[in-house]
Design a protein around this ligand. Structure first.
Ligand SMILES: Nc1ncnc2c1ncn2[C@@H]1O[C@H](COP(=O)(O)OP(=O)(O)OP(=O)(O)O)[C@@H](O)[C@H]1O
Length: 323
């Protein structure tokens, strides 16, 4: 969908990436192109292959076939050089509940052989500050809300400066407040220039925080591009409000449009809708024709399809659009 970017401008690039479990193909030949600096939403219903793709991308599972490049380097061949530049939150990290948030981060930082002990305290404080947890640094993690735990997980991923952050369903299980906290954190990280790759089964989430989106369905990548591009390719509709619905339908048909069946539950039957294919009749000509034929036009609009309609059309499944 988006014009192909040169590999140097991609933070993640997969070519024909496939992962099979026995006879089951969890990821089926996908070509992902994640631009540097994007907030890239990896959207798909449960079980569509998102986590498996992320695990393969980060070298946590081996691909059956295909290639992966992360930050310009082949994976998993360059795992050791690439991973220190990538922060990841896959399954929420296991924290020690009886230790404070700061003490937990100290432990994780100690386990990182690239981390210097001399600057540990400063690094932990900075990471807590970035996710807005400085005030709770000394509090035991068992007293943290889910949203705070998730932010602590992100703080853990940010102990080192990262060029790429990979978050697998970061708002799963969070209440609305926790969800808002994590989303606003993702936005501020992106504003600082970090590329964020975030998987989600929530369409609204992707619309709210992402610049780009890829849609998975049953292991296949069915769409990819900027959020605006995806909206644009959705079919537009003309919507005519009139008491003369029969005549309006006849006029639209004469112009080559195919009005949808009348929905008696909708507007008491006074609205006629018809899909408007690209390069079909100009909307102005439609209004002119309606008026010329004596149709009393109370309202006229060209509506683009919502992202939701687009994704349902692509995946054949409804998305969870709450939140
Ligand atoms: N280790 C495994 N062994 C066998 N099958 C697996 C394994 N991991 C994943 N699968 C299967 O691969 C398919 C894709 O799963 P995956 O977890 O990648 O999907 P997902 O889009 O991340 O969904 P969810 O949001 O539910 O995690 C599923 O049918 C799943 O059962």
């Amino acid at each position: 969908m988006s014009g192909a970017l040169p590999s140097t401008e991609l933070a993640i690039e997969t070519t024909g990436l496939t992962k099979r479990f026995g006879h089951q193909t969890a990821v089926d030949g996908i070509d992902l192109a994640v631009p540097h600096g994007s907030v890239f939403g990896f959207l798909g219903p449960n079980g569509s292959g998102k986590t498996t793709t992320i695990r393969v991308m980060l070298g946590l599972a081996a691909a059956t076939s295909g290639d992966v490049r992360v930050l310009g380097q082949d994976m998993p061949a360059s795992l050791r050089e690439v991973l220190p530049r990538v922060g990841a939150l896959i399954e929420g990290p296991a924290f020690y509940p009886f230790l404070s948030g700061a003490a937990n981060l100290h432990r994780f930082d100690t386990a990182d052989r690239h981390a210097s002990s001399a600057t540990r305290r400063a690094r932990v404080n900075q990471a807590l500050d970035r996710v807005g947890l400085s005030h709770a640094a000394g509090k035991k993690v068992r007293a943290y809300s889910l949203g705070m735990k998730q932010r602590l997980g992100i703080a853990n991923a940010l102990l080192m400066p990262r060029e790429l952050l990979v978050l697998d369903e970061p708002t799963n299980g969070l209440d609305p407040q926790g969800t808002r906290e994590v989303r606003s954190l993702v936005r501020s990280l992106a504003a600082e220039g970090t590329t964020v790759f975030v998987s989600s089964h929530l369409l609204a989430e992707v619309e709210q925080i992402c610049t780009h989106v890829a849609v998975m369905s049953a292991g296949k990548l069915v769409a990819q591009g900027t959020v605006d591009e995806l909206r644009r390719v959705g079919l537009a509709h003309v919507k005519v409000q009139t008491p003369d619905t029969d005549e309006a339908r006849r006029v639209l048909q004469r112009l080559g449009l195919a009005p949808e069946p009348q929905d008696p539950n909708n507007d008491g039957g006074s609205t006629v809708r018809a899909p408007l294919a690209d390069h079909a009749v100009e909307p102005e000509s439609i209004v002119a024709a309606l008026v010329a034929e004596g149709v009393r036009v109370r309202g006229f609009a060209v509506e683009s399809s919502s992202l939701e309609e687009r994704f349902v059309a692509l995946t054949g499944e409804g998305f969870d659009v709450v939140q």
